[in-house]
Design a protein around this ligand. Structure first.
Ligand code: 5GP
Ligand code: MN
Length: 337
């Protein structure tokens, strides 16, 4: 395991040169960085004359489905047998945008069963030792940024065409909330400048991702903020929640609550936000924070989760009320520390 640059280049040249089947995987509930990185790598490999397959553990929001090559993505949740055989029979598995194998959900057991050479490319803190090679930079904005750097290290920047650049830009934009967080390193903007030189339409990309919701999603946001937001002034915290019933009432589809967690952060004096979403068999939780408040620690201590300093997630098997109680009971220690 190493992140040495020369080693990475040599290793990729050697491994990719010999591989007969390459599979690209990412984490459950794929986001813009997961999908953008995977598709960028897929198109880049194709531009260099190498075919690969993309497997995602489960489905993702419609606002990512316009990405070039989306139709080639195989969902494990829908095509288990095909997905399994691709993973198990691969020579190389690229594992993108996750730092612990559990983040790949039900795909994990097949990653473990695969004899493939496993390469992790990721930017989450504390990468686990679960691959043959790990290219990790926790200061990087996104996995997409790292994919670009990897391509450069291989001496292939010319193979980053408009399509590859569009996928990479979507990844960086998504993981930084449009350059709002995780984006203070000059390197990110050097990469972005390179992507812009490929003639991408950045305003169109923004619009496809953020201006593509239904009317009912907008009304659900209004309801959620007006009727469901609780502000705990003492601990500079706010939280939101949605029940299954409320989701049904607003014709909720996957992705509709994306970004809700960010809104309360714009309240003066609120530094920590949680969003609880009731699903059939678990509560999905998102955390966001300002400054040095490390949501990653809270998520892993209380809700078996993880992520970055200012954006993390986790899960709870308790019911919604008890999950929120557990959250509130953790605030005194976390927000006074
Ligand atoms: P989101 O709140 O947008 O789902 O996720 C924010 C960040 O937290 C992302 O970087 C994502 O990878 C991470 N994350 C979300 N849910 C989980 C989880 O259940 N476990 C871990 N380890 N990380 C998560
Ligand atoms: Mn990411």
């Amino acid at each position: 395991m190493s992140t040495d640059k020369l080693e990475l280049t040599e290793l990729l040249n050697h491994r990719i040169g010999q591989a007969k089947s390459i599979a690209i995987l990412s984490h459950v509930n794929p986001d813009g960085d997961a999908l953008g990185s995977a598709l960028a790598l897929y198109h880049y490999l194709r531009n260099s004359g190498v075919e690969s397959k993309i497997v995602m553990p489960n489905d993702y929001p419609d606002f990512l489905k316009w990405l070039p090559g989306n139709e080639n993505v195989i969902l494990f949740s829908k095509k288990k047998a095909l997905a399994k055989s691709i993973i198990v029979n691969a020579d190389i598995l690229f594992l993108l945008d996750f730092n612990v194998p559990q983040r790949s959900g039900k795909v994990e057991e097949f990653i473990n069963a695969s004899g493939a050479y496993k390469i992790v490319i990721d930017h989450h803190p504390k990468p686990g030792d679960f691959a043959d090679f790990i290219y990790s930079d926790t200061l990087s904005s996104s996995t997409a940024e790292l994919i670009f750097r990897m391509i450069e290290l291989r001496g292939d920047p010319k193979l980053v065409d408009r399509i590859v650049a569009t996928c990479l830009y979507t990844g960086i934009m998504s993981d930084t909330g449009s350059f709002n967080f995780n984006s203070s390193q000059p390197e990110t903007y050097r990469v972005l400048a390179q992507l812009l030189k490929r003639g991408i339409d950045k305003d169109h990309i923004y619009s496809m991702v953020y201006d593509n919701f239904s009317e009912s999603r907008m009304r659900l946001l209004g309801y959620c903020l007006d009727e469901k937001m609780v502000v705990v002034k003492k601990y500079k915290t706010a939280y939101l929640s949605l029940t299954i019933k409320e989701k049904k009432l607003y014709n909720y589809i996957r992705g509709d609550a994306e970004g809700f967690v960010n809104y309360p952060l714009s309240i003066k004096g609120v530094d920590f936000v949680a969003f609880f979403m009731e699903n059939d068999d678990h509560i999905k939780i998102s955390f966001r924070s300002k400054g040095k408040i490390d949501t990653n620690i809270f998520a892993s201590n209380y809700f078996n989760g993880g992520g970055h300093v200012n954006a993390s997630g986790g899960e709870s098997k308790l019911n919604l009320t008890d999950t929120i109680k557990k959250f509130v009971s953790g605030l005194p220690e976390f927000m006074s520390g």
